[in-house]
Unconditional design. Structure first.
Length: 226
């Protein structure tokens, strides 16, 4: 008597989306908010780091070689917010499909919305003018604090590193992301359209926005599982 064929399927479970612990994320957000407050006070009062901002930018303008300026213009153009937002949308879609979960898409959408609110809202509240136009190596419009390039590049790449989860090569990805953020934000200083405190404020707001969205997502995910 012949035995019936046994059909087996190797259909591994999709990789789970791992979100950071809300408590640890909250501590990082709190630190970023404190640093942002210090930068903000410095800009309003003309003290602390803001007091040396013009000196730093003036020195950069005096020593920057033409080749570095040309490279900075290209990096600044490629790293503009519209480009990094589009990149995040693609990555979120791929991660959502890979994990068969809407979490990466929803978290990314929430982060984009909050990053936009922080970028435009803080600019309007602080209303800091950009460095003198004579220093600019490329056209720039709007207000200076925070740097939108710093905020968006840091916010997007930080979120990507978090959402990919504990994959092999994550450390390498994090290092590459850090180098890209430094290159993009540094280019804004080289072309002299932002002050150093603008860049640091952009990083702080990026951490705060990503952190708030990840905390909410983490709390909701844990409640749903319970």
């Amino acid at each position: 008597m012949s035995r019936p064929d046994v059909v087996t399927t190797d259909d591994p479970a999709p990789p789970a989306v791992v979100l950071p612990r809300p408590a640890a994320t909250a501590a990082v957000v709190a630190l970023a908010v404190v640093l942002l407050a210090v930068l903000w006070v410095g800009v309003v009062t003309g003290s602390l780091l803001a007091a040396v901002d013009p000196v730093v930018d003036q020195w950069i303008v005096a020593v920057r070689p033409a080749g570095l300026v040309a490279t900075a213009v290209v990096v600044s153009t490629v790293g503009q917010p519209a480009v990094v937002i589009a990149g995040l949308a693609v990555v979120a879609g791929v991660l959502g499909w890979r994990s068969r979960s809407w979490t990466p898409v929803v978290v990314s959408a929430g982060a984009i919305a909050l990053l936009g609110v922080f970028d435009n809202g803080v600019k309007a509240i602080v209303a800091r003018p950009r460095p003198p136009v004579a220093w600019h190596a490329m056209a720039a419009h709007g207000l200076s604090f925070p740097s939108g390039h710093a905020l968006w590049s840091a916010g997007v790449l930080l979120l990507v590193v978090v959402l990919v989860g504990p994959i092999r090569g994550r450390v390498v990805l994090a290092v590459i992301a850090l180098l890209v953020v430094v290159a993009v934000t540094g280019s804004r200083l080289v072309v002299a359209v932002h002050y150093p405190s603008d860049v640091l404020a952009g990083w702080c707001l990026a951490i705060a926005a990503d952190g708030i969205v990840l905390i909410v997502a983490g709390v909701l995910t844990r409640r749903r599982r319970r």
